[in-house]
Design a protein around this ligand. Structure first.
Ligand SMILES: Nc1ncnc2c1ncn2[C@@H]1O[C@H](COP(=O)(O)OP(=O)(O)OP(=O)(O)O)[C@@H](O)[C@H]1O
Ligand SMILES: [Mg+2]
Length: 283
């Protein structure tokens, strides 16, 4: 399948500090790629380079078939960007905030209303941003991105600072965009979010991609212990080695009705990240 984004050998330093060191990644059309990494890993820097807001020292990236260091005005309508710090006009209403951008991109009022509707803000069109909850502000930032109907979305920590229920709403909106065939490049600190949303994740640590793959694939790769955990009907649990002897033990437990649940014990992404970097990601 064709790549929506292709990143080839991107390197970037700020002064003496090498923030990105030879980053290579391909993101297929229609895929959600999650870039994971602790604070300061270089996630926002990479998004800025991919979207032409910052120049790389070396390497190149291609987005929608165009070199991202040579984008011109019209190319920007092909993708939408939601940065963690992108501001909203507090005294303007939701509608007015979208209208400011709609003028730049020549977007009709119908599309503004559709964007408010699709993000659950139809009733808040006239509400000033200063009166919105954090979750509503996040939805308005997304409405601004969705409004231009871009093929590729860059979302920099879209659920940062939100409670789990509100984060869940935002994640559903993101998945809906994927269903429409959009390509999504998102950054997150949260492993559970990555497991829920992403087709593939890249773990970024100290400027390098230290692991890449689907969340399940990565977790299987780090399953050193290969054990099976069995909860028994008497409330106790046992762990057995995942080898040829397991079949007989499990079969016996099922026959005599004493096995309640049976699980393999792959680590989760959080554990893998700890093993790779020695650091914990904040939730
Ligand atoms: N314009 C700049 N000038 C100098 N240093 C910078 C600049 N922008 C970023 N940095 C540094 O580059 C490193 C990576 O920053 P970046 O914002 O890309 O990290 P991040 O992974 O997005 O972190 P967070 O999860 O906190 O958003 C940090 O050490 C930061 O201080
Ligand atoms: Mg950042």
């Amino acid at each position: 399948m064709e790549n929506a984004i292709s990143i080839n050998g991107i390197t970037k330093s700020f002064g003496e500090k090498k923030v990105l060191d030879d980053i290579n990644l391909d993101i297929k059309k229609g895929e959600i790629l999650g870039l994971l990494g602790p604070s300061g890993a270089g996630k926002t820097t990479l998004i800025k380079i991919l979207t032409g807001q910052l120049e790389a020292d070396s390497g190149n990236s291609v987005i929608n078939g165009k070199d991202s260091q040579r984008l011109t005005g019209r190319d920007y309508s092909g993708f939408g960007i939601m940065m963690d710090n992108c501001g909203l006009y507090e005294r303007f209403s939701c509608y007015e905030n979208l209208k400011v951008f709609a003028r730049i991109y020549n977007i009709s009022d119908d599309k503004i209303r559709a964007a408010l509707e699709s993000t659950g803000l139809a009733d808040a069109g006239k509400t000033p941003v200063s009166n919105l909850s954090k979750g509503m502000k996040s939805r308005l930032r997304l409405a601004r991105v969705f409004m231009t109907n871009p093929k590729i979305l860059f979302l920099d920590e879209p659920t940062c600072g939100l409670d789990p229920a509100t984060a869940d709403e935002i994640q559903k909106l993101i998945l809906r965009e994927k269903e429409k065939g959009k390509t999504i490049f998102l950054t997150t600190h949260t492993m559970t979010e990555a497991e829920k949303l992403c087709d593939n994740v890249a773990l970024l640590n100290e400027g390098k991609i230290v692991e890449y793959g689907s969340p399940a694939e990565i977790c299987r790769r780090y399953n050193h212990q290969k054990r099976i955990k069995i909860h028994l009907t008497d409330g106790t649990e046992m762990e057995i080695l995942h080898d040829e002897s397991a079949a007989e033990i499990i079969s016996e437990l099922i026959k005599n009705g004493s096995a309640e649940t049976i699980h393999t014990t792959e680590p989760d992404l959080k554990t893998v990240f700890m093993e790779l970097t020695g650091k914990e990601l904040s939730q």
